[in-house]
Structure formats: structure tokens, C-alpha cells
Design a binder for this molecule. Structure first.
Ligand code: FES
Ligand code: FES
Length: 159
């Protein structure tokens, strides 16, 4: 059995040690928000947080996360009201939407360690997340709006 914490809940899993975390999330835990894109760590569609750090779940064996904390898009906020999620809605960021949970998880990891990233820092942090629909300008605008506090109620932004 492998024990870990997923979105704040303790789980015990009886799976092969080499099973990719992405398969465990989707097939064993029913958390379908994390997407399969390339399966090779290249596109970012499967991005989750491992102990708060943006991580590709498609190439991560479950044995490597024993005892650690995973967060998926389902656990990013309680009511899909993370500032980035609100900004994503207001800026109509998604097109087909397939890449967007990975985009949001990468953006959330960036802002958790750097609340006011420069444009270059945003580009660097988001460079591993591919969007076939080309939503990059809207993604960047949404991140920048969150970074300046536009979605922070404490700063007088939108609630
Ligand atoms: S599916 Fe994991 S990086 Fe593409
Ligand atoms: S919104 Fe379609 S792949 Fe990004």
C-alpha cells in the first residue's frame, strides 16, 4: 500500500509502484480534471502540485510520492474561486479547455512563490505548458491581473 495525501485527504492505494500518478488520479481516484496530453513530460496538461511545486504527473511514479501532498485542479480552491480561476473566467481564457487545468496549476505554483512575477518570469514559468488553441496572451493577462491584486478582496479588488 502507498499512503499519500490528495487534496487534503489521506489515501491508501494498492497499485503498482511504477504506476504514473496521472493514472492513479484519473483511474483510481476519479479526479478527471488532470489531463493526459503527451505522456512524456512535454506538454504540461497533467500538471499538479507535489508539496506545492508544479509537477508533471504523467511521468511521476506513484512510489515517488509516498507520504507527500498532491494537489490537483479539484483541490486548488474550495469553490473554484481561486483568484486565478476567477481571472480565467473574466478573461475568457479557455478555448477548447484541454490544457487549462495544467495551465492553472503552473500559474498557481508560480504565484505561491512569487506574488508579483515579471513578464519574463511568467513566460519562464509557463513555458512548459502547451496550448494548441493559442490562448497564451489571455493566460498571461489573467496572471498579470492577479499579480497586481485585481482579484484580491483585501486589496480592494473584485471578490
Ligand atoms: S501529459 Fe504530462 S506533460 Fe504532457
Ligand atoms: S485551450 Fe485548447 S489546448 Fe489550450
Amino acid at each position: 500500500m502507498i499512503d499519500l495525501t490528495v487534496n487534503g485527504s489521506a489515501v491508501s492505494l494498492d497499485v503498482g509502484v511504477d504506476t504514473p500518478v496521472l493514472w492513479v488520479l484519473r483511474d483510481h481516484l476519479g479526479l478527471m480534471g488532470t489531463k493526459f496530453g503527451c505522456g512524456a513530460g512535454l506538454c504540461g496538461a497533467c500538471t499538479i502540485h507535489l508539496d506545492g511545486v508544479a509537477t508533471r504527473s504523467c511521468i511521476l511514479p506513484i512510489a515517488a510520492v509516498a507520504g507527500r501532498q498532491l494537489t490537483t485542479i479539484e483541490g486548488l480552491s474550495e469553490s473554484a474561486d481561486h483568484p486565478l480561476q476567477r481571472a480565467w473566467v473574466e478573461h475568457n481564457v479557455p478555448q477548447c479547455g484541454y490544457c487549462q487545468s495544467g495551465q492553472l496549476m503552473s500559474a498557481a505554483a508560480l504565484l505561491s512563490e512569487n506574488k508579483q512575477p515579471s513578464e519574463t518570469e511568467i513566460d519562464q514559468a509557463m513555458s512548459g505548458n502547451i496550448c494548441r488553441c493559442g490562448t497564451y496572451p489571455r493566460i498571461k493577462r489573467a496572471i498579470q491581473q492577479v499579480a497586481v491584486g485585481h482579484y484580491d478582496p483585501q486589496d480592494g479588488g473584485q471578490s
